[in-house]
Design a protein around this ligand. Sequence first.
Ligand code: ZN
Length: 300
Amino acid sequence: MNGTLRLVGAPKAGKTPAQIERLREALDAADAVVIGAGAGLSTAAGLTYTGECLTRWFSDFVDRYGFADMYSGGFYPFASFGEHRAYWSRYIYCNRYMRAPGSVYADLLDLVRDRDYFVLTTNVDHQFQLAGFDKRRLFYTQGDYGLLQCSEPCHAGTCDNRAQVFVQGEDGLYALPAGMRPRMEVPSELVPHCPVCGRPMSMNLRSDGTFVEDEGWHRAAERWADFQRRHERARTLYLELGVGYNTPVIIKFPFWRAVASNRRATYACVNMGEAVAPIDIERRSILIDADIARVLSALA
Ligand SMILES: [Zn+2]
């Protein structure tokens, strides 16, 4: 994969049914399936930053600050730390503890449940676990909305944030607006602090240089490395779903390299508007420029 990379795109929309059929055949023929999942998969599953979720869970914040979507609110310089935490508690509730509304993850699990599979994902929304995927077959490389770490960080441990997201106060749960009077601020005594150094805890997300790779992360990385070793020469299907160009070095480029170096491997990419492959592996690529939800339900 050096020099200039020549890419080929997906066939025209009219060829999509034939491409889906090719993907079905590749799935049937594969000894192993590697799923590479990016943000587009959860979007296809109905996890969006606007719409019902925003009006249902964030109407007070929208009234006060005029946020147009949940995502931009996450970066707002709130006046107090407690307000920031209240916002993020609800955000995490909606994007980590609630299951995505669509059947996308369930359809995907049906396709691989009885197979030798592995999931590599940049998503931090826990939807694979919530859908019932075997967690020993998952590597969530960028962290998880459900984990807290030291903000410094002074040590490489993480802990579950359920207790913080679902804090029970006299007005109910901060994440769950109780009745019509949701709390917009988490009191300072309820902000979690590092058990080692006492600094505030932060989310375990790879957004800057402070990301902690905890024991679970390392175990998952080892299992992924082991899976790759075992399937280097196997008939492996690399199925890439909704991976964009934000962090192509984690899924997209390694998939292209793996398929280029194993003549029995197949690359499949389902992506609205961005289904491409290097010309070197064109004949072993199945490129589908279509809605992931539609493609998976057609396969299921
Ligand atoms: Zn600490």
